[in-house]
Design a protein around this ligand. Sequence first.
Ligand code: BG6
Length: 330
Amino acid sequence: MAHFTAVGNNPGLQSELYCWLVIGTDTLMTVSDIASVNERFGIDGTVHFGEGINSMPKAELTFNEARLELYLQGAHITRYQPAAGIEVLWMSDSALYQPGKALRGGIPLCWPWFGAHADTPDLPQHGYARTSQFQISSTNADHQATSITLTLDAAQAPWPDWQNRVALEFEIRLSNTLWMEMRSHNLSTSPLILSNALHSYFAISQRQQVTIPAVTGLTYLDKLQNYRSQQQTSAITFDSEVDRVYQAPPARIDFFDQGRNINTSFESWGNNNLVIWNPGEQKARQMNDFDDDGFEQMICIEPANALAHSITLAPGEHHRLGQEIKVNRN
Ligand code: BG6
């Protein structure tokens, strides 16, 4: 079972979180001045800030052979190479690199809700984190990892009734694995319903070449059948569109790509669900930021808290959702 972490009135953890909020606010930076960002947060040879496509600010991290690219909009990881030539994440060649538009591929953060908002369906799907500019809170490099922590301040919510309700910190550690954790904090005086996901797009050789044994036997809600509850009685296949919210997934998921002879494993924590998504041909073609044949070379596997498993955070409570990805070439 994946473990679920919602910390209540634990004074130690709350003061730790208060610290990052204060540090985060104290170090708020605009990213217009890349040189000064580099001066403050760049680390020779391991952390560098620069301009990405369409001049959007990005960070590049290295650790030994491993490389990671991250756009500050959305704290969005767009590339992870554990070693030269191995692309772990899928990015659409048609992705729209525009302020306020979510990038298609990589690891978007769905937050503070996943999918359609339960009460206000007019709000954008998957929340506002993925289209918001994050601030850099800290960077670090030592012999164990290269890391970066980013924050989305509670005041930055795009609508007045969301402002100052909930803050997010996102930490990434690049080492022999890729480790990341979202930390959400209810700053308001009323309970907050939070749903979220690490919407990870994995690059694969071909969708029929992938097996994910850990989901066999699990129950899932099928979004393509009006959320009907189903049992995964045999191995999952990707012959057509797949959009499933698995219940009570194991903490460790491995998937094997026969075409590339790569085994990817990840551990997740703080999630009640695992979403598996491939849009199939028709839906892929309907999306203007999705390469027409891209659905053949990607699958999304997303540790999530969704639907009935949204989390209710009491005032002051916080929640951690994370994953650690490890790739082995056989
Ligand atoms: C998945 C959902 O997580 O994200 C799908 O389960 C959805 O239903 C997909 O289509 C992509 O969402 P978006 O908003 O990035 O197009």
